[in-house]
Unconditional design. Structure first.
Length: 253
């Protein structure tokens, strides 16, 4: 009986393609992919997993083709990210981001940008009758963009929001701290802390990196940079209390 010899290189490639594709599907279905990339990249992850399957089907044609020299170095392109995924690690926190000087300026529209119209009617937490906004953890990013893009509309409103304390170490502004969350525009490499800066007489008592729930009044102001004015809202704090840490990142869309 003739025994057909299996192509070792093809077997190795199939294992790599299958492992990478299955891992991608697992991360997407479990939601763990949000530790690495923004939600808008989800379709691309599915596309990559499907591509892995197509490559496997293409390799099956060569499974029993005789090959004297086995090439394996190209498989490292998939083995490296596989190892990075499976090695133990924890998501970044706001305090892990290196800062230089006063970082409260990171809030400026590098994240959400100015909006052309209010979208708050569809956002939970808005109480127009009592001029009050309770920013939920899930909608932190959208409210952040809304408060900057339509700052004057919400001037005088009571704002309640939860974030990690980032202090104004540079002393270049009148703001003492900001309750921030880490925002991801594309992937984990572009993470940046965002939040509304606060003025609080007791800010010195706050610990850097502590999670707090802030309540205060929103004030509208502007900063001029290179001849252009930018929204620069801030909160005059009325109450600060410790809060539980909020897991996960926020996204502009």
């Amino acid at each position: 009986m003739l025994i057909r010899r299996v192509n070792g290189q093809v077997v190795l490639e199939i294992i790599c393609f299958a492992s990478f594709g299955v891992l991608l599907l697992y991360f997407v279905s479990s939601g763990k992919y949000l530790q690495y990339v923004a939600p808008r990249l989800k379709p691309y992850l599915y596309f990559t997993a499907v591509t892995m399957g197509m490559w496997i089907l293409g390799d099956m044609k060569r499974l029993f083709q005789l090959q004297y020299k086995i090439h394996t170095t190209h498989c490292l392109l998939l083995l490296i990210p596989l190892l990075l995924f499976v090695l133990p690690h924890t998501p970044l926190r706001a305090g892990d981001i290196k800062r230089t000087g006063s970082q409260l300026s990171v809030k400026q529209n590098s994240y959400g940008g100015s909006t052309k119209g209010s979208v708050a009617e569809g956002l939970p937490g808005l109480d127009k009758e009592n001029h009050r906004i309770c920013v939920s953890d899930e909608y932190f990013g959208m409210w952040y963009s809304e408060l900057y893009g339509n700052m004057e509309e919400y001037a005088g409103y009571t704002i309640i929001m939860t974030g990690s304390v980032m202090t104004d170490s540079g002393g270049e502004t009148d703001y003492q701290f900001a309750p921030v969350r880490l925002a991801m525009t594309c992937c984990v490499a572009d993470l940046a802390p965002v939040g509304i800066p606060c003025i609080d007489e007791d800010a010195e008592e706050l610990e850097e990196g502590a999670w707090v729930r802030v309540e205060g009044t929103l004030f509208a102001s502007y900063q001029e940079y290179h001849g252009k004015k930018y929204a620069d809202p801030h909160i005059k704090v009325e109450k600060v209390e410790l809060a539980e840490e909020v897991e996960g990142y926020v996204y502009p869309y």
